[in-house]
Design a protein around this ligand. Structure first.
Ligand SMILES: [Zn+2]
Length: 126
């Protein structure tokens, strides 16, 4: 099975991840030291952290809207995507199944952005 790294957006095999990098949806190569990270990278990490919270708060939603106007296209795109998710389903529990069922296109975009690993989530929810 392959997973998409949310930073380089490349589908990569399990072996391209470490356990820690896998939990961050980031391949080994992209899992660089935090002091080497660019502003763009920090914003992408910030969005990911908001996305994996139990619930996306109103404050986070405001922040996502703000990041939707980022000068970095990838940040703007990702923030807009998660902003849309926050409007539909702020709670993380059962979110992906909900999106797959009701908003399959949005669910697919999230997977392609490397933000969700449905099989991985399912395999670990037992
Ligand atoms: Zn990568």
């Amino acid at each position: 099975m392959e997973y998409i790294c949310r930073i380089c957006n490349q589908p990569k095999p399990e072996s391209a991840f470490t356990e820690k990098s896998h939990s961050l949806h980031t391949c080994k190569k992209c899992n660089i030291l935090s002091n080497l990270r660019t502003e763009e990278r920090n914003q992408l990490d910030e969005i990911f952290k908001i996305f994996i919270q139990t619930r996306i708060s109103h404050k986070d939603t405001v922040r996502l809207k703000d990041l939707g106007n980022s000068k970095y296209p990838k940040v703007a795109l990702t923030a807009t995507l998660i902003f849309e998710v926050a409007q539909l389903r702020p709670y993380k529990k059962g979110r992906h199944a909900f999106l797959e069922q009701k908003y399959p296109e949005l669910a697919k975009k999230i997977e392609e952005a490397g933000l969700a690993y449905p099989q991985y989530i399912k395999a670990n929810s037992d």
